[in-house]
Design a protein around this ligand. Structure first.
Ligand SMILES: [Zn+2]
Length: 478
């Protein structure tokens, strides 16, 4: 590690006043202790847990680090079936396709930002060059570590099956030709996988038996295997693969037994460790503030399966403009925005926009949104003078559901029925009330409300845009 460069970068980080005192120093002391693989794909949730960092502050630090060339941001599509990392991009724009193909599971992965997109941070190569240690071609272990997420832990029971199905492993240099021998059984499937190019080549046998050995010739190019499959009779086969690409290719040769694989995976499911999802990053206030100038693809449309959307409105602001005049009223409205933004930030959310005296904010879970709402209502109350005729009050609405992340007027915005309904649910609230939809309430959010001294009662509301009455909950202090 180039300690002089690192020290200079750490000094630069100290200039961000938002970071808590001592955090940069602690982080700087930890960095040299982390392994090259950890520094290649830093998982902030894991790091916060292992080293007792406040996650929100650690994320802030890492985001500021991307601005000064200490870390780079990676957006990686992970297949939840097998944990393989399909593609990694340096910008959210790379995710724009919305789907990827997993060659391991042999299926398309429609991904959503809350489930299949993992965000990691890699130490900038200018600080330390780990290319040797993490070279995917250096060993089979490196190869698998490179192409599978560290967040996916496979059950040990999977290993004996994989070993029984693996027919060979080949390193093929550019322009080299390799022969893969096979005693092909009738009515069977075999495949050669190359994770580097996300591609595979299938051999399918029928019931007939070949009298003579069969030779199959095929090529692998820069884009992957040039053909997808070949039919052949059972018997002795020599599969010859020519590496026409400019890179060394690692080929793994497998007998394919879907049923056996499914049986092991169902009885011994893989475990997914917590990771920073793209949704969590988009809902992080500092990310929104730092990256608002980033050029977003005009056609960006990315799905989030479950997003909690909040709208607020300030009661009493119109009367306040009349009574106190624009100057004072404006200052108070700004103060109210500051309080709401601080509450949003404290609960892992972000303010997407302000509309008049209202805000729209988003959160990765109903619990985060509800906790923020409770603090907001309490904080706005502190702006009121006791006994004053004019009282401000916050009216809040929350709804959870699927949304699309889109580029609206060069800003990352969220779109869809969930957003519309959240706005309409907010319209039901009186000052000091939080109205939520059925999707927001669950045992954990109910406990949060009860603990905060709130009672909640079921209502039914006809909301514009939906044909039937919808159950909603009115939450107010006892
Ligand atoms: Zn997969």
């Amino acid at each position: 590690m180039l300690t002089d460069t690192l020290q200079r970068k750490l000094k630069a980080l100290e200039h961000y006043p938002q970071l808590p005192a001592g955090l940069v120093q602690r982080f700087g002391e930890l960095l040299p202790q982390l392994s090259p693989w950890q520094l290649l794909r830093l998982n902030p949730l894991q790091l916060a847990q292992d080293y007792n960092f406040d996650l929100s502050s650690l994320l802030d630090l890492l985001l500021y680090s991307t601005r000064i060339g200490l870390f780079d941001l990676n957006w990686t599509v992970v297949c939840l079936g097998c944990g393989s990392t399909e593609y990694t991009y340096g910008s959210i724009n790379g995710l724009k396709e919305g789907h990827a193909f997993c060659p391991v599971c042999n299926q398309d992965v429609d991904f959503s930002l809350d489930r299949q997109v993992e965000v990691t941070f890699s130490l900038h190569p200018g600080i330390a060059d780990f290319s040797e240690q993490v070279n995917p071609l250096a060993s089979l272990e490196n190869y698998y570590r490179s192409y599978f997420s560290a967040s996916m832990k496979h059950a040990p029971e999977l290993l004996p099956l994989m070993q029984s199905l693996c027919l060979g492993l080949y390193w093929v240099e550019p322009n080299e030709r390799v022969a893969l021998p096979l005693q092909a059984e009738p009515n069977s499937l075999y495949r050669v996988l190359n994770l580097q190019s996300h591609s595979q080549f299938w051999l399918k046998t029928g019931s007939e038996l070949a009298a003579l050995p069969v030779v199959v010739d095929t090529d692998i190019s820069e884009q992957g295997f040039v053909e997808n499959e070949r039919q052949l009779p059972a018997g002795e086969v020599s599969l010859r693969i020519h590496n026409c690409s400019a890179t060394t290719r690692i080929l793994t040769f497998w007998k394919y037994d879907f049923e056996a694989m499914l049986a092991v995976l169902q009885s011994h499911p893989s475990q997914l460790l917590p990771f920073l999802s793209a949704q969590m990053l988009l809902n992080h206030q500092t990310f929104r503030e730092l990256y608002k100038m980033q050029q977003l693809d005009p056609d960006l449309r990315l799905s989030i399966g479950s997003q909690t959307v909040m709208f607020t409105d300030l009661k009493g602001s119109t009367a306040m403009y009349e009574q106190t005049g624009d100057y004072q009223a404006y200052a108070l409205v700004q103060r109210h925005f500051d309080l709401l933004t601080a509450c949003t930030r404290r609960h892992a959310g972000s303010v997407v926009k302000t509309i008049g005296d209202a805000i729209m904010a988003t959160f990765s879970s109903p619990a985060d949104g509800l906790r923020a709402a409770l603090e907001m209502v309490a904080d706005i109350d502190t702006l009121n003078q006791p006994g004053a005729e004019l009282q401000l009050g916050l009216k809040v609405g929350l709804h959870t559901g699927p949304v699309l992340a889109v580029n609206a007027n060069e800003r990352l915005d969220f779109f869809g029925q969930t957003v519309n309904l959240a706005a309409r649910i907010q319209g039901l609230a009186e000052a000091g009330e939080i109205w939520v939809s059925e999707t927001v309430l669950n045992p954990s959010t109910e406990a949060i409300l009860t603990e905060a001294g709130y009672r909640f009662e079921a209502r039914s509301a006809f909301l514009k845009g939906i044909s039937q009455a919808m159950p909603v909950w009115r939450c107010q202090r006892d």
